[in-house]
Design a protein around this ligand. Structure first.
Ligand code: SF4
Ligand code: SF4
Length: 175
């Protein structure tokens, strides 16, 4: 599995510390990096969801915590303190329908350096996660990125069509 010290024969050097984590990834979430601007003016106050996850959470917990986004997607609305509303006593209360982002954590993809981990996760270099589970984490990450990219493509196509039709209507009025 390469020579990175985090990747070993028996898996990835990581164990989630769950309710004993001193710096949980369930909150409070940080604000967007000042270097980033949302193309679709989306707020940075939620946890992104796949379509099927938004449906599953709505079915199990109602619509209260789910928000529809400008790009046609969904996210979990954070609490006022920017923590996840499903984080209860240090544990995930929707473990059976946990979002892909949470399954994949601490992995994330970077266009320049490929697969990364969040260095702030205290579970890194603690025990190990077996190869099959590590692969499931990466599959969740892949599914999330593909759906986010598909959504952005659809949104861009629709926006261009809208701009086109507005231009045509304006031209017709001028003629
Ligand atoms: S930050 Fe890491 S160790 Fe802590 S709860 Fe999240 S995944 Fe687990
Ligand atoms: S859905 Fe669960 S794992 Fe994800 S941030 Fe919320 S409490 Fe944490």
């Amino acid at each position: 599995m390469g020579n990175n010290s985090m990747l070993k024969k028996n898996g990835f050097a990581f164990t989630c510390l769950k309710e004993n984590c001193p710096n949980s990834c369930c909150g409070p979430f940080k604000d967007r990096s000042p270097d980033h601007i949302s193309v679709f003016s989306m707020d940075h106050d939620g946890i992104p969801l796949l379509h099927r996850e938004a449906e599953a959470i709505t079915k199990e917990r109602g619509k209260r915590h789910i928000v529809r986004l400008n790009d046609g997607g969904w996210h979990i609305r954070l609490r006022h303190d920017r923590s996840c509303p499903f984080w209860v006593k240090g544990l995930c209360s929707i473990n059976n329908i946990k979002p892909a982002l949470c399954i994949a954590y601490p992995f994330y993809l970077d266009a320049f350096s490929g697969l990364n981990v969040h260095r702030t996760c205290p579970g890194l270099n603690q025990g190990h996660t077996d190869v099959e589970t590590t692969k499931s984490m990466l599959k969740a990450l892949k599914e999330l990125y593909i759906e986010l990219a598909d959504r952005a493509l659809a949104k861009i196509s629709n926006s261009v069509k809208e701009i086109d039709s507005k231009c045509c209507n304006r031209q017709k009025k001028v003629v």
